[in-house]
Ligand binder design. Sequence first.
Ligand SMILES: [Ca+2]
Length: 64
Amino acid sequence: AAIVCTFQEYAGRCGDKHKLCQAELKELLQRELPTWTPMEFREGDYNKFLSVLDSDKDGEVDFV
Ligand SMILES: [Ca+2]
């Protein structure tokens, strides 16, 4: 439940409230999973990360 709540908190910030756009994904990773996001992580790395998770290629990631 905590994971769903955290996802929704970030997903609701812009655009589709049930999906994470790249900016929301970046913020979630940086704030909630700092050990996953080394300081040298660049915008292009978030872009790659998003595209791996974005199975339907709509530019956003849903919880599933
Ligand atoms: Ca969103």
